[in-house]
Design a protein around this ligand. Structure first.
Ligand SMILES: [Zn+2]
Length: 103
């Protein structure tokens, strides 16, 4: 509580509130599941992983295509986990927490 005098000379009690300043946390994502706090549901979680073909997988596809593998085998990197980007998902609220991109 804070006491203050207004324009009419009357003392007024003013409620002082403090807001919590959110901490700036840098999370480095990798190809492995990590333990973190979900910024959507505020629970401490181990992230679930989902794999998605990203720039790296498509670049390898292009390299295979240009080297003569143009009968369909050039898209093989899009089905290999180690070539794909890794998306970290909260198992509780299913929101995307972060992404690990190969490129
Ligand atoms: Zn969550």
């Amino acid at each position: 509580m804070e006491v203050e005098r207004n324009d009419f000379g009357i003392f007024v009690h003013r409620r002082v509130s403090f807001t919590e300043i959110p901490s700036c946390e840098i999370i480095i994502f990798s190809k492995y599941s990590i333990h973190t706090k979900c910024r959507f549901c505020s629970l401490h979680i181990m992230t679930s992983l989902k794999y998605e073909a990203g720039k790296f997988a498509w670049l390898i596809c292009l390299a295979f295509f240009l080297s003569g593998c143009w009968l369909g085998c050039c898209i093989a990197p899009c089905f290999i986990k180690s070539c794909k980007d890794v998306i970290h998902i909260c198992p509780d609220c299913s929101q995307v927490i972060g992404r690990y991109q190969k490129l």
